[in-house]
Design a protein. Structure first.
Length: 289
């Protein structure tokens, strides 16, 4: 039972949301989020949901030592962190690349780390949904050059998995017992092999939090089902001296092949917008309808 003195939660004002049947949220969480939160299950693989924050001009990272993550882009905005925590709370695993791991030197990819006020309610919801106490942290690194003592990998109560290559697996033969290592390829971790490994573990919903290169690889193989995008009210700009990172890096789609998405909900809190899109895999005629 939740203590009536529990910390107040932010309010997300949903301006429009597609009708949905059922929701993982109830009580205070449902009131705070303001819309249903449920996912269509993909056939034969996990449903992959991406969550990012960007500036008005599409920058997701300033790529500087003091501002490498999304927190600086959102302004460490409480409602954005609340939504991140909610998405982690309903996911079997949180998927990140090695660059995201390094950018968050002291982070853990759990609901209660990103939004501590969620701790009790997230635990209760995960229990009600039949999920493990914490989502598994899944790190993708071709080289295997990650620190097994990183707080996000070494916490005894948070399952952690490194998906790497032959060379990366050899590097971690003597890894700490808390970090499981999987060899998913000879030279690089192919998106299909990664998703196959996640499916083998029985994950139903996998939350991808970046970075942009990992997201690009999944998008290129059409493996992303939903995108939650917080738009922060700032403009970062780019130049040859400060290239910055966009939402998708390393992949360029042609006009004919660029994937289209359907708006599922539109919300706001303060001057931040919260967009939710679902991959639209129909024909041009269905898209126009």
């Amino acid at each position: 039972m939740i203590d009536v003195a529990a910390p107040a939660l932010p309010r997300i004002e949903h301006l429009w949301a597609e009708p949905a049947f059922g929701s993982a949220l109830s009580g205070r969480l449902a009131d705070a989020y303001g819309a249903p939160l449920t996912f269509e299950q993909s056939v034969g693989r996990p449903t992959i949901v991406a969550n990012f924050v960007s500036t008005l001009d599409g920058v997701v990272s300033y790529v500087t030592p003091e501002a490498a993550g999304g927190g600086e882009v959102s302004g460490f905005f409480g409602p954005d962190r609340f939504v991140m925590g909610l998405l982690r709370a309903v996911s079997d695993a949180v998927l990140i690349g090695a660059g995201t791991l390094r950018a968050g030197a002291a982070e853990a990819w759990t609901p209660d780390y990103i939004y501590p006020a969620l701790a009790l309610e997230a635990a209760a919801m995960r229990d009600r949904l039949g999920l493990a106490p914490q989502p598994t942290t899944v790190v993708v690194s071709a080289s295997g050059q990650v620190d097994p003592a990183h707080p996000g990998l070494a916490a005894p109560d948070v399952p952690a998995l490194l998906v790497t290559t032959h060379a990366g697996r050899e590097r971690f033969d003597a890894s700490p017992s808390g970090l499981e290592v999987v060899d998913a390829g000879s030279e690089r971790v192919e998106p299909e092999a990664l998703v196959e490994e996640l499916a083998h573990r029985g994950f139903g919903v996998v939350l991808c939090e970046g970075g942009p290169h990992l997201l690009a690889g999944l998008l290129e193989r059409d493996l992303v089902d939903e995108l939650f995008l917080t738009v922060a009210p700032q403009i970062a700009g780019r130049s040859h001296r400060a290239p910055r990172l966009g939402l998708v890096e390393g992949v360029a789609f042609s006009v004919a092949d660029a994937p289209w998405w359907r708006l599922v909900s539109l919300a706001r809190s303060g001057e931040h917008l919260f967009l939710r899109y679902r991959r639209q895999r129909g024909t041009d005629d269905e898209r126009e309808a």
